[in-house]
Write a protein that binds this ligand. Structure first.
Ligand code: NAD
Length: 742
C-alpha cells in the first residue's frame, strides 16, 4: 500500500455507482475540499452523463480500469448484489497503493463477496456503511449534506491496514459524519432490527393495502400517521431486494421476532386481554419516548452537556462503616396521608426528604393540616380526622410524584369540596385512567384531559359506594387508591390483584387501627372507620440500600452495615437475589416497626457468580435491577433476567438504558424484550454513560465505577434527589470515589 500521510486526504476519489449515496458522497467530498478530484463511474452511461452535467463529479471515466488507475481511493456505492461483480472487475486492475471502501448496507455479504473474488479479504478494503439515506434514489437525489451529523459505521477486519482505516475515517469526518466502529456480525444484527425490519414491514403493509379492494378509500382518508409510517415503502426496490438476500439470516431472525410479537398482539385483541394490550402499548410508547429523548438529547447536548448534573467516579474504593440510608419513599407518602386523616398527633421519624414525598407533605398543608418539619427526618402531623380537610386555595401541585397523584385521587374523590390535582410535565403525561375509571364506578366525579392524563379535576360532595374490583395490572398504586377511597364508601370495597404488589398501605392502615382483611390476592375493608394517630419510624428504603449492598459486594475488602432497612417481603427480593449470587449478607435485629419488618443488614465483599434470576423474585426486586445488573456485570459467568417487562416503563426504559451504559463500559450485556443476559466477570472499562434522567440508572453506574478500570462519567444525574437526597455525600462518606463534576 502506498504510504499515506496522516493529514493529507486522498487527492482523487473514484465513486463507483452514482446513485443517491455515491453522488452524495461525491458532492460532500467536493464541498470539503475543492482541490480533490472526483471521478465517477456507473454502469449506466446516461447516469454518468447526468452526474457530469449536475456537477456531481469532475469527470466520468467509462473504462473502469482507467478510472481505477487515476484514483487513490475507490468508493463502492452500488446495490449489494452489485458488489461482487464490481470486485471481479477490480481484481483485473492494479490496486496497489489504493484504498477501497464501500457504503453497502450489509457487511457480512460484502466481506464474503471480497473473499470469494480475492481469495482473502484485501488489507486495503475498509468496509463501511453510512447510517443516512432517504427513500429516494438515483443521481438526482444526491445531497452534499446527506451525511452531516449522521453516523457512519466502519467494520474493519483484523487484517485491515490501520492507515487505510484512518484515511476512510477522515474522509467521512470531512463530510461532517461521526465515525463508529463495529464487528461485521454485530453490524448486520443491529441493522437488521433498526433499518431492515422497518423497511420490510412498511413494504409489506403497503403491499397488503394496495391489494385491498378498499384501498382507494384507505388512501383517500389516510392521515399524517399513515404517511409517516409508510414513507420508507417508497424506497428503491432493487436496493431492498439486495439487502433482504444479503443479510438473510439476521433479517429472518428479526422478522420472526416481529411476527411473534404481532401474533401475541392479535391474540390479546381476539381475547379482549386489556392487560396485555395496555402493557404492550405502554411499553412501546415508553420505548419510543426513550428513543425520542435520545434524539433530542443528541441535538440539545451539542455544546451544552455541562448544564445537566454530571457525576464522576474514580477507579477503586472500599466501603466501610455503618449508615442509615434515607427513608422509604412509599411509606413516607402514606405516613403523611394517614397521619393527616387520623385523630391525634402522628410523629414520623426517618421521613424521606426527597422531592416526591415533600410534594405530598405540601399538599396536605394546603388542605389545612398542621404539619411541622421535616427536621432531621422528623415530621409531626396534627391529624384533622376523616372529615377535617379544608378546601385548598388553589390546585394541588404534586411535582413528579405519580404515587401521590394516584393515592390522592382516592382520598380527594370523597371530600366535600372540589379540588384539582396537577403535576410537572412528566406527571402530566402519565395515565390516570387506571384510577379514575374504578373511582367513577364507586360514584366519584373526576375529569381528566382527553387522553386520561392530569390535571385531575375532582368534583366534591359525591357519596361513594364500595365496589369489588379486579385489577387488570399488578399495581400497588391503584390498589391503594381504591382502598383509601373505600374508607369513605358505603359497604365493602375489595381489590383483587393479578400478582404480588407492595402491601405498605394495608400494613399502615392496620398500624393506624383500621381493619383490613387480606385473603390471598384479595384485600378488602369496610367504609366508615376512623384512623388513630401513631408513631411511625419509616424504615430505610431497601431500594436505596440496594446500591450499597451491591457496592459492598463487588468492592474487594468492603464491610458495611446498613441500619433499620425495611425488609417487607413484597420489596426485599434484592437480598435473596444477591445471596443466590454468592453475596455475604447477614441480617440482624429483625423487628416489626409500625407493622413493617426491618433489620440491620451487614454486607461484606464476596466473589459473585452469575445466576438465572428466579421468576418469583422479579416482582419483589423490580426497582433494584439497575443495581443488580451491575452485580451481574461483576459476577463470574452468565446472569439471565427475564419476566421483567415492567422495567421498560419505569422513569426510563431501564432495560435499554442499562444495556446501553453497560456496553459503553465494555460489558457483554444483551437486552431482551423482558430482561437481559449479562456475561459478567470481565474487566469493566471507564466511559461516559447516560442515565436518561433516571435516578436509579445514575446510582447504578456510580456503583459500577467501583470496579471500572477508568473513570465513569454519568450524565443527567440530577434526579437522584427524587428518591435518594444526599446520595453522593453518603456514598463518598462510606468509601466510594465519587463526586459531582466541577
Ligand atoms: P441507487 O439505486 O440510488 O444507486 C445505485 C447506482 O449504482 C445506480 O446508479 C446504478 O446504475 C449503479 N450500479 C448498479 N450496479 C452497478 C455496477 N455493477 N457497476 C456500476 N454501477 C452500478 O442506490 P443507493 O441508494 O445510492 O445505494 C447504494 C448503496 O448504498 C447500496 O449498497 C445500499 O445498500 C447502500 N446504502 C443505501 C442507503 C439508502 O438510504 N439509499 C443508505 C445507506 C447505504
Amino acid at each position: 500500500m502506498k504510504k499515506q500521510n496522516d493529514n493529507a486526504l486522498a487527492s482523487s476519489v473514484l465513486v463507483i455507482g452514482l446513485g443517491l449515496i455515491g453522488s452524495s458522497f461525491a458532492l460532500a467530498l467536493k464541498r470539503a475540499s475543492a482541490d480533490r478530484l472526483i471521478i465517477g463511474y456507473d454502469r449506466q452511461r446516461a447516469t454518468m452523463k447526468e452526474a457530469k452535467a449536475l456537477g456531481v463529479v469532475d469527470y466520468c471515466q467509462p473504462s473502469l480500469p482507467e478510472a481505477v488507475a487515476q484514483a487513490d481511493v475507490i468508493f463502492l456505492s452500488v446495490p449489494m448484489l452489485g458488489m461482487e461483480p464490481v470486485f471481479e472487475q477490480l481484481a483485473q486492475c492494479d490496486l496497489s497503493g489504493k484504498v477501497i471502501t464501500d457504503a453497502g448496507s450489509c457487511k457480512g455479504a460484502l466481506v464474503s463477496a471480497a473473499r470469494s473474488v480475492f481469495g482473502e479479504v484485501p488489507d486495503n478494503l475498509v468496509p463501511g456503511h453510512p447510517i443516512a439515506g432517504s427513500e429516494q434514489s438515483g443521481v438526482k437525489a444526491g445531497r452534499a449534506d446527506l451525511f452531516f451529523a449522521h453516523h457512519v459505521i466502519l467494520t474493519p477486519l483484523r487484517q485491515t491496514n490501520p492507515q487505510a482505516v484512518t484515511l476512510v475515517q477522515q474522509l467521512w469526518e470531512s463530510c461532517g459524519a461521526h465515525v463508529n466502529f463495529m464487528g461485521v456480525d454485530h453490524h448486520d444484527q443491529v441493522l437488521a432490527l433498526t433499518s431492515h425490519l422497518p423497511h420490510f414491514i412498511a413494504f409489506s403493509l403497503m403491499d397488503s393495502l394496495v391489494g385491498d379492494k378498499e384501498s382507494h378509500d384507505v388512501f383517500r382518508y389516510a392521515a399524517g400517521g399513515f404517511r409517516d409510517f409508510t414513507r420508507i415503502a417508497g424506497s428503491n426496490p432493487v436496493m431492498w431486494h439486495d439487502v433482504a438476500i444479503s443479510n438473510k439470516a439476521a433479517v429472518l431472525t428479526s422478522l420472526d421476532m416481529f411476527s411473534a410479537g404481532l401474533a401475541e398482539l392479535r391474540s390479546a385483541i381476539e381475547n379482549s386481554n386489556s392487560q396485555t394490550l395496555l402493557e404492550t402499548f405502554e411499553r412501546a410508547r415508553k420505548g419510543r419516548e426513550h428513543f425520542a429523548s435520545l434524539l433530542t438529547r443528541k441535538h440539545a447536548m451539542a455544546g451544552k452537556k455541562d448544564e445537566l448534573a454530571v457525576l464522576v467516579t474514580r477507579p477503586g474504593g472500599v466501603l466501610a462503616g455503618e449508615v442509615r440510608v434515607p427513608g422509604d419513599k412509599s411509606i413516607s407518602h402514606r405516613a403523611v396521608m394517614l397521619g393527616a386523616l387520623a385523630q391525634g398527633t402522628t410523629v414520623v421519624d426517618g421521613f424521606l426528604e426527597g422531592e416526591d414525598a415533600l410534594a405530598t407533605l405540601a399538599a396536605f398543608k394546603a388542605l389545612g393540616v398542621d404539619i411541622q418539619g421535616p427536621e432531621q427526618g422528623r415530621v409531626t402531623i396534627k391529624g384533622v380526622g376523616m372529615r377535617g380537610l379544608k378546601k385548598p386555595e388553589g390546585s394541588l401541585y404534586l411535582g413528579n410524584a405519580g404515587t401521590a397523584m394516584r393515592l390522592m385521587a382516592g382520598l380527594m374523590a370523597p371530600q366535600a369540596f372540589d379540588v384539582t390535582l396537577t403535576g410537572d410535565e412528566s406527571l402530566s403525561n402519565r395515565p390516570m385512567g387506571r384510577v379514575t375509571q374504578p373511582l367513577a364506578d364507586m360514584g366519584a366525579m373526576i375529569a381528566t384531559e382527553d387522553k386520561g392524563t392530569p390535571p385531575l379535576r375532582i368534583t366534591g360532595g359525591q357519596s361513594l359506594k364500595g365496589i369489588h374490583y379486579n385489577l387488570p395490572m399488578a399495581s400497588a398504586q391503584v390498589q391503594s387508591c381504591l382502598l383509601l377511597a373505600g374508607m369513605y364508601a358505603r359497604g365493602q370495597t375489595s381489590v383483587t390483584t393479578p400478582g404480588i404488589v407492595r402491601d405498605h398501605t394495608q400494613r399502615m392502615l392496620r398500624g393506624f387501627g383500621y381493619q383490613v382483611d387480606v385473603d390471598g390476592q384479595v384485600v378488602s375493608l369496610h367504609g366508615g372507620g376512623t384512623l388513630k394517630a401513631t408513631a411511625i419510624d419509616v424504615p430505610a428504603d431497601v431500594s436505596s440500600a440496594a446500591f450499597f449492598m451491591v457496592a459492598a459486594s463487588i468492592a474487594e475488602g468492603s464491610d458495611i452495615t446498613l441500619t433499620h432497612v425495611g425488609i417487607n417481603p413484597t420489596r426485599a427480593g434484592v437480598v435473596d437475589i444477591l445471596r443466590l449470587m454468592g453475596a455475604d449478607i447477614t441480617l440482624s435485629d429483625e423487628r416489626l416497626v409500625g407493622g413493617e419488618p426491618v433489620a440491620d443488614i451487614r454486607v461484606k465483599s464476596a466473589p459473585l457468580k452469575g445466576i438465572d434470576i428466579p421468576h418469583e423474585l422479579v416482582p419483589v426486586a423490580i426497582d433494584e435491577f439497575p443495581a443488580l445488573l451491575v452485580a451481574a456485570a461483576c459476577a463470574e459467568g452468565k446472569t439471565v433476567l427475564t419476566g421483567a417487562k415492567e422495567l421498560r416503563v419505569k422513569e426510563s426504559d431501564r432495560i435499554q438504558a442499562m444495556a446501553d451504559g453497560l456496553r459503553i463500559l465494555g460489558v457483554d450485556a444483551e437486552p431482551l424484550p423482558d430482561g437481559m443476559i449479562v456475561n459478567g466477570g470481565n474487566p469493566i472499562g471507564g466511559g461516559t454513560v447516560d442515565s436518561f434522567g433516571d435516578h436509579r440508572i445514575a446510582m447504578a453506574f456510580a456503583v459500577a465505577g467501583l470496579r471500572a478500570t477508568g473513570g465513569v462519567r454519568i450524565l443527567d444525574a440530577e434526579n437522584i434527589g427524587t428518591s435518594f437526597p444526599g446520595f453522593v455525600a453518603l456514598a463518598a462518606q462510606v468509601g466510594m470515589r465519587i463526586a459531582e463534576e466541577g
